[in-house]
Design a protein around this ligand. Sequence first.
Ligand code: PMP
Length: 399
Amino acid sequence: MDYRFRDEVFNAKKAAMGEMYNLAKEHLRDGDKLINFASGHPSTEVFQDKLIKRYLNLTMEVAEKDILQYGAHAGYLPLRQTFKKFVNEKGNVVKPEDDLIITYGSVEAIFLTALALVNKGDKVIVEVPSYVNAIKSFQIQGAEVIGVPMQDDGVDLEKLESAMRQGAKLFYTVPNFGNPSGITMSLSKRKEVYELGVRYQVLIVEDDPYGDLRYRNERIPHIKEFDTEGAVAYINSMSKLIAPAMRVGFLVANKEFIKRIIPIKAVSTNGVTSIIQFALWKMFEENDMYAQIQKICDVYSKKLFLMEKSMDKYFPEGVKHSSPDGGMYIWVTLPDGTDIGKLCKESAIQLHIPITPGNGFCVVEPESCTSLRFNFVKESLEDIDYGIQKIGKLMQHYI
Ligand code: PMP
């Protein structure tokens, strides 16, 4: 059958993220242990399975039969209100002129935004490196994606402005502990990014799935908190705070924007599962969710501090690593000319330690990317130290 796919679908590059993990698994023999630093997943040990089970059971016990009916396209109203309260506890994110829609994770919020705004050939700006599924979301809609490099305190403003001047429609950013870089955008840059967005009429899409997972230094206000012009769409997710399987996220934006998103949500998925929304609403009403999140931070912060210490101890001179204030990833950069493709393959096949090469996070895959992404939350403290030591030894052959 000749399916005659749309050009964007036909040309879409295949996901390379799981490649090293698959390679490591293929070469695993009896008694070998796989230490997975390549993963994009949170650690199952922080999932509050008993709490989730309690509220799922309770939902079926207490909810009216209506819970089995189609729900509102924008989401279950009490949960929408609960999420507004939840984000506004720490900052003034949702303003009177804004609204909030519940989505299937933050990926759907990104996808809906792309679907609503991007005509074929429109320019969309992302940070480099950036979240792969966001890049793909824009590409599938036919956008011309422009990558702007990151600096230690966030996006390069000069290059961002010059990309905006070319008439871009939106700028996608992850200001808190980005995936994969771990970088946090400084307060002054957040203000300038907002002002540039207003000046050039470029919507700022602020994706914040990691913002509450902070392990050191003070919280920095979201870009959305400066928004008086409806120039920012703010996205958050329950995936890293409760569990990815909930598939619940949300989008906050000016009412006029949300009004246009709701009909798209209606035709794409007809709203998010009512059962899960009801369970989440009850859970948020009856528990201190920020106290639950603090428990995750306690576990993850220990792992971050240990992985950094092990990297300092075992990685050869010339290898640099980021020091994220939160999130799940450390970005490691080796000296120019290092063949990291070969290094990652050897690490997966011989050490059974998959790590993710950095080129996949770039809009245009650079010929010579020497960076790697390490997930620091997934493995035990013992395996983190052991695994980093092994990789450190392997790196010596490459430098
Ligand atoms: N945005 C970023 C920056 C992410 O890293 C991820 C997941 N790893 C997502 C969005 C998607 O998360 P979800 O759809 O599960 O909310």
